[in-house]
Ligand binder design. Sequence first.
Ligand code: PEP
Ligand code: MG
Length: 562
Amino acid sequence: MTPAEHKVLHGIGVSAGTAAAPAAIVTAAPGVDIHEAGSVDAEADGARIREALASVQADLKERQERAPEESKPILKAAAQLAGDRGLAKAIDKKLKKGLGLTQSVHDAVEEYAKMLEALGGYMAERVTDLYDIRDRAIAAIRGLPAPGVPDFEGEVIIVARDLAPAETATLSPDSVKGIITEVGGPTSHTAILAAQLGIPAIVKAEGILSVESGQLVALDGGVGEVIISPISEEVELLAERSRRRAQALAGSTGEGATYDGYKVKLLANIGTADDAARAATHDLEGAGLFRTEFLFLERNDAPTLEEQTDTYTKVLEAFGQRRVVVRTLDAGADKPLSFADLGPEENPALGRRGLRLCQIREDLIDTQLEALAAAYRKTSADLWVMAPMVSTLEEAKWFADKARGVGLPKVGIMIEVPAAAIRAGQLLDVVDFASIGTNDLTQYTMAADRLDGELAPLLNTWQPAVLQMIKFACEGGRSTGKSIGVCGEAGGDPLLALVLTGLGVGSLSMAPAKVNAVRAALRMHDLATCQQMAAFAVDAPSAEDAREAVLKLVNPTMLDLV
Ligand code: PEP
Ligand code: MG
């Protein structure tokens, strides 16, 4: 390697940890065959394409078998998409118009993707899966090797433009020491999966595609730094950092608390009964956010009372006596429901979503609350139930009356809207607790679409305006003596967790894989330091200054965790 190849790139660190290994470059997609003839026998060509899609589906199912437990649902969803009848029909239409085989697949997928993108949020995230299926199908039709992760031996760092969830899900942390992508954002599936798998990862590392297969690459997923052709001292420094991180995490067990014993419950964010079963095996104190809408998405009708009771019972049983905070249906905007479609909206994120939708479709919330009450009666769970997207006192009351009416013991609201943060004291008067959804609270405070990667600097919970909102909410908690938690992504950031604790939050809910680092960070600091950090961060002139101010106050060992 010549020194000229040595290069440092900066991206967004999405999964902490360091590594150095040869690059394994993901094979690019083959694209449309520009020499292909148009279709003259749409039926026969349709059959060929279905065959290709079936082989893609079989491959995805086979990967699902091999994948780690937590990755299986994602592969299952991708396999289902490959067998989607609507997609096959859309392709038939293109063939009938006389387009060639690969062009038909390409154009039909393009239209389908636009439709999903227009739906936004969860649906829009499926687009990466869809493009992956397109590329695999086109490769199969053209008789070319499947695009994606190449076969490799030993340890590697995967380098790609973007990684489909299907690809990420099958990567084993034993051999894949890191993931670096040229595009992607912090909430992309790849980022979430990498963190779940515990593989250090960086997204949006522009320029990474200049590396060649086998070239040595190093990364620090905590700070988002990539070193192409690192010198041995750099590799050693990173390895040292890894060792220190492992050491800092080693003793991280038990209840969440600051150095001087101020307790902060550490909870898991979950979306399914399977998630609950997995999360419950971790050393954590319960679930702080069960996103129940995952039971409702991609269905043509609402799950029945029995179905819901069954799922909620499983979730509650998984956690035994531990706390489980269930969020009622948060549909609309980025999580549209086909059976509760209220028609197009100009600004869905500002529209009839969350509790607002349930006030229109009362049947949905009534059945859900009844199912939760039935599950509660069957178990000994510490069940807390809260509503999303609450803005007014009337909404909080409306929900509390309903939930208490069916016998639910602990009723709360999410604080995701500035209106609720500012008036938290009044809102908390009529409920038992509140949980701050920092993802939406950041989006609405900064008026920045949380799905728009270009707005990343605004979509940063370190923005002092957002921290000020959280402070308002915590003051409401203090004045009413009611519990306030955080269940947005911010809760899983060890540094922000200190600030949130200093602001007065009593629980933090996050991806289970993040609990250890947050617990270790809390243990290293006393409450007074957290409060000082919070004061400095809220008063800082910018998000960067807020973070810098906090970094100056941390225990130096903590730097290995961020
Ligand atoms: C949030 O908004 O922070 C939150 C936890 O809810 P979701 O991410 O599901 O909108
Ligand atoms: Mg939210």
